[in-house]
Write a protein that binds this ligand. Structure first.
Ligand SMILES: [Zn+2]
Length: 397
């Protein structure tokens, strides 16, 4: 019985080299470069094992960070701020609605709200009259008009330009938010898809240049929505929760929409465009930077993409400093409790803190600690410069 005399470490070695089935039920060996099968983890080099306890779903797994570090809460921004991408409640013309909006804005440090909800014609005039009648809110809300893209064909541009001129004369300070349905689902009078760079629309963009108003445009959906809907998709949970956000078959690709969008900016160099949501390219700042380098008439806005800014604090800080004259603050959906996350990312150097919407991002955020001069441009100065109709007085120098 010489074998039983083997020293203990040799016995252990023999165990490691035993067939996987002898090690532990369910373990498998993989080849170098191979990945473990789904549901398994590489617990030792080339050995994959399923957890002994059934794993929680991604909805149930909410580990609390054990990191003890600086926490800098920023309930209000360091400087008064313009929300360039607002969809505020309270513009129904009632004094009470405006009063509540003003109180909510005070709480989160917004001085001016831009209502970017495509309000045109008679409705626009009602909204503007309500704002004008409020001594406290008169200088705190501005309104964009919208373009009616239905029935683009002969005669459309003349009507659209007339509407635009009338709305600007009534007090609209810009166009927008042009919705993502532009390029995706809107059809021309002849039934074809209305391309974002359709030349029939150029008179409208040229009118915006002449009227000195910015055009605020949202194009496409986050890039992950166009990718395979599988477990490697960073937006899997969101796409699972909201089936209508999945891109239907036959829709133009992200690349197609972005190309049409960029062509629109190129063919109208005198028009100021503001691309919502950093063009859904905050995950690829180098490409976004190339676009800003190429197109001096282009600006961008940070609404709903904090998860991409705050996960790359070094690259994002460099980007915001380099393009400090081209980025505007905007939030999109009006949830007052969410604004302080933006202030904290922009103003602090905090590490590893929660984002507000788990189905957007499974990761933590970091502060990018922007210099004051950059914060001022981001929070108000860039918006004031490209939007002459915003209240121009009384901002910090
Ligand atoms: Zn919006």
């Amino acid at each position: 019985m010489r074998r039983t005399a083997l020293p203990g470490f040799l016995a252990a070695l023999a165990f490691l080299h035993a067939p996987v089935s002898a090690q532990r039920a369910g373990a498998v060996t993989i080849q170098p470069g191979e990945e473990c099968p789904a549901g398994m983890t590489e617990v030792r080099p080339r050995t994959c094992q399923a957890p002994e306890i059934a794993p929680p779903s991604i909805l149930d797994y909410r580990p609390r960070s054990s990191l003890i570090t600086t926490e800098t809460m920023v309930p209000k921004p360091k400087y008064p701020t313009v929300d360039f991408h607002g969809h505020p409640p309270g513009l129904d013309g009632s004094a009470e609605g405006l009063r509540a909006l003003g109180a909510a804005m005070d709480e989160i440090g917004l001085r001016v709200m831009v209502a970017a909800s495509n309000v045109r014609g008679e409705r626009l005039r009602q909204v503007l009259a309500g704002i004008d009648a409020s001594p406290t809110m008169r200088d705190r809300v501005r309104v964009f008009t919208g373009i009616d893209f239905s029935g683009v064909g002969p005669g459309w541009a003349e009507r659209a330009v007339q509407q635009l001129e009338a709305d600007v004369a009534a007090g609209a300070v810009g166009i927008g938010e042009i919705s993502k349905s532009f390029g995706q689902s809107i059809r021309k009078a002849d039934g074809s898809r209305l391309r974002i760079d359709d030349p029939e629309l150029d008179p409208v963009w040229q009118a915006a240049a002449r009227l000195r108003i910015p055009v605020f445009i949202h194009t496409a959906d986050p890039q992950d929505f166009y990718r395979d809907f599988d477990y490697t998709n960073e937006r899997w949970l969101e796409l699972a929760l909201f089936p209508n956000r999945r891109i239907a078959a036959g829709q133009p690709s992200f690349a197609q929409l972005a190309q049409e969008r960029d062509n629109l900016f190129r063919r109208n160099p005198s028009t100021t465009f503001v691309m919502a949501h950093m063009g859904w390219q905050a995950n690829d700042l180098a490409t976004l930077g190339e676009l800003l380098d190429e197109l001096p008439n282009l600006y961008t806005e940070v609404g709903a993409v904090l998860y991409d800014i705050g996960r790359q604090p070094r690259a994002a800080r460099d980007f915001f400093i380099r393009y400090q004259d081209r980025i505007l603050f905007g939030k999109d959906s009006f949830q007052p409790g969410e604004y302080p996350y933006f202030w904290r990312v922009f103003e602090t150097d905090d590490d590893y803190f929660d984002y507000y919407r788990p189905y957007h991002a499974f990761w933590k955020l970091y502060g990018i600690d922007l210099p004051d001069v950059v914060l001022k441009k981001l929070y108000y100065a860039n918006a004031l410069r490209i939007t002459p109709g915003l209240p121009q007085g009384g901002w910090p120098q």
